[in-house]
Design a protein around this ligand. Structure first.
Ligand SMILES: Nc1ncnc2c1ncn2[C@@H]1O[C@H](COP(=O)(O)OP(=O)(O)OP(=O)(O)O)[C@@H](O)[C@H]1O
Ligand SMILES: [Mg+2]
Length: 275
């Protein structure tokens, strides 16, 4: 009888991605659309307010619209696609002057279809080019005080259809401490705890959890949804952010930046102590 194995197969294609040797954070979430870009952008703005220069990178972005200047609205590669999340991050980090030239280091791998990277790669006939991610990390190494790296979807989102290699495995290669974005809804403790457990398996340090989109007038279930989250998971709940509707093409609302200022201060202090 064939022996069952859970051992991870090697994925040498991603071995070119090396550990980031500067200060930074990897921002993951309990799911897609939970608010990773929003929190990363608000954090970037908070660090800037503290006089700390910020680099931003979204290594893999799916669901990128085709650039309007591309003939027939067709995309054949990264350069035909708008870096949707990275554009928001770059604006918050104050990096808009050279946006066009910075695109490869802000958003090295882009896909058009709004699905998991492993499916987008298959549908668009392009495996992730990990050399682009490696080059982006190398670029930021000497050019910012802190690098914020946004994941895609959640921790266990697959990147390759044939090999068990997920966003969390990419994060493990980059080696940065992790910030988890979760929500304010009944069920978030379960989702957050599962994510914490998965991140712990990678042995990366977890800086904490930010619970996003707390409604202005929460019902009892929502109001108590993050109660005991820190005790249950063993990870600090760093902040709870209010639901603050805004236009994704504009600036991040000051209320969100203000709410993350103490988090940015805390991280910077901790990072300086560790160096
Ligand atoms: N605190 C908030 N208040 C109001 N709207 C928010 C808040 N946080 C996020 N949103 C909105 O929710 C949507 C999804 O947020 P965001 O793009 O940050 O999620 P994400 O986790 O980065 O998604 P993806 O998995 O696609 O990268 C966006 O339209 C954003 O404006
Ligand atoms: Mg995002």
């Amino acid at each position: 009888m064939k022996k069952a194995t859970t051992a991870k197969r090697r994925y040498p294609a991603a071995d070119v991605v090396k550990r980031y040797r500067g200060v930074g954070l990897f921002i993951t979430g309990t799911s897609t659309d939970i608010g990773k870009t929003t929190i990363t952008a608000a954090l970037a703005a908070a660090f800037r307010q503290l006089g700390i220069s910020v680099g931003v990178c979204k290594p893999i972005n799916t669901g990128c619209p085709v650039r309007p200047d591309r003939a027939g609205g067709r995309a054949t590669g990264n350069d035909d696609l708008i870096a949707s999340d990275a554009t928001i991050l770059a604006r918050a980090a104050g990096l808009t002057q050279n946006l066009e030239t910075l695109l490869p280091v802000l958003s090295p791998i882009r896909y058009c279809v709004p699905v998991s990277p492993h499916l987008a790669a298959r549908m668009e006939h392009r495996k992730p080019d990990w050399r682009r991610v490696a080059a982006a990390l190398k670029y930021w190494q000497s050019r910012c005080d802190i690098l914020l790296v946004e994941g895609a979807g959640g921790w266990k989102v697959p990147i390759d259809a044939a090999i068990p290699f997920a966003i969390g495995d990419m994060a493990a290669k980059i080696g940065l401490p992790v910030l988890i974005v979760s929500g304010c809804y009944v069920g978030t403790i379960n989702h957050t705890w599962l994510t914490v457990q998965a991140v712990r398996q990678s042995r990366l340090p977890i800086f904490g959890v930010v619970a996003n989109r707390r409604p202005a007038t929460p019902d009892f279930g929502t109001m108590t949804s993050t109660d005991s989250l820190d005790k249950v998971t063993g990870v600090p709940l760093l902040a709870t952010l209010p639901d603050t509707p805004f236009d994704d093409t504009g600036d991040i609302p000051p209320a969100l930046v203000d709410a993350l200022l103490p988090v940015a201060k805390k991280y910077w202090k901790q990072a300086k102590r560790a160096r």
